[in-house]
Design a protein around this ligand. Sequence first.
Ligand code: FES
Length: 170
Amino acid sequence: MLQSERDRQDQWLRTLPDKHGGARTALLPILQDIQARYSQIDGHTMQVVADLLGIHPVEVYSVVSFYSLFTSEPKGRFIIRLCDTISCAMQGKNQVARQLETDLGIKFGETTKDGMFSLEWAHCLGLCDRGPALLVNENVYTEVTPARVHEILEECRRQFGIHALMKEQS
Ligand code: FES
């Protein structure tokens, strides 16, 4: 990350305690905001959050590493998590997985070269009766078919296009 981007990020991070409160209980919502905006919570960011909340960086790291929805490694703008548990497996999760890999040209555990998509396995998402289920960032999709994969990816690309345009105009 360039220094100017880092400065902008730090400035934005400093606004988060006002939004969520500066107590230790604000840690989770703050981390959720960071993950949603940057698709990653790196070491520097964990240190800044710890300073803002007056807690030890190890505490921040332990939360980031405990929850699979947080990641300290660079990931795609859209993280697609497909349920890998038995009910979804019985409802066609493998076909959906193959379609995702084919359409994106990557395997599970990888990120596309343009930094747009990451593919990951997830444990049961609690939607077993409507499988196969997947998450794209925080959005839930159920009864996903290979045919619907294309639609979901297009929706992400459209959304990204709108965000990029809004960013350009701001
Ligand atoms: S088994 Fe896939 S959501 Fe529960």
